[in-house]
Design a protein around this ligand. Structure first.
Ligand code: NAP
Length: 157
């Protein structure tokens, strides 16, 4: 919770003030696709990411006249170590996770043109636009639930 709220706020405040003084620069705030809909089974993470989205979109507006760009990167499943922690095997996931390189590259391209929010990946963008929130929630709950169930039980000391 602290990592996704206070840390984002403190860092945006600290560096935002410096960039505004300089009159140029940019910030990317990393959120998560679907955060506003609620993400069952990682409810707290999803809710905290909704804070990041709201903070970033508002800061985008506030910083624009100061020459500072702000973009929210609302990432979908991306192939990092965190997937394994959730119990996912990136090779067998129903939707292949995006490469880190593509996610970063799309985020930076959006920042270059001061886009307020980017969902990296065309398929993710189509799904976000077309799939109703209730259906997306169920899909995520099923996927994350299955992955969590396949995780080995923690060792009891
Ligand atoms: N991967 C995905 O599918 C996905 C999807 C949507 C959004 N995201 C978002 O993308 C961002 C990067 O995630 P990731 O997939 O790269 O996850 P990750 O592999 O677990 O990396 C998370 C990073 O955050 C650092 N971190 C964690 N807790 C911290 C703390 N309390 N203080 C300081 N640093 C801390 C970790 O540092 P250490 O290595 O030192 O622990 C690590 O570098 C996150 O904001 C995540 O929510 C990821």
């Amino acid at each position: 919770m602290r990592l996704n709220t206070m840390a984002h706020l403190d860092i945006a405040h600290h560096f935002g003030a410096k960039l505004a003084k300089r009159g140029r620069g940019g910030l990317i705030l990393v959120g998560a696709m679907g955060a506003e809909n609620g993400i069952p089974r990682i409810a707290n993470d999803g809710a905290a990411k909704a804070y990041v989205h709201s903070l970033g979109e508002a800061l985008h507006y506030e910083f624009k006249p100061l020459g500072v760009y702000v973009t929210v990167l609302a990432a979908g499943f991306t192939n990092t170590e965190v997937l394994e922690k959730f119990g996912f095997d990136p090779k067998t996931m129903p939707m292949k996770p995006m490469s880190v390189e593509q996610c970063v590259s799309e985020g930076l391209n959006a920042l270059r043109v001061n886009q307020s929010r980017i969902i990296p990946g065309r398929l993710n963008r189509i799904m976000n636009a077309l799939v109703p929130a209730s259906v997306a929630r169920k899909m995520e709950a099923d996927m994350i639930g299955k992955a969590q169930a396949s995780r080995p039980a923690p060792a009891i000391a």
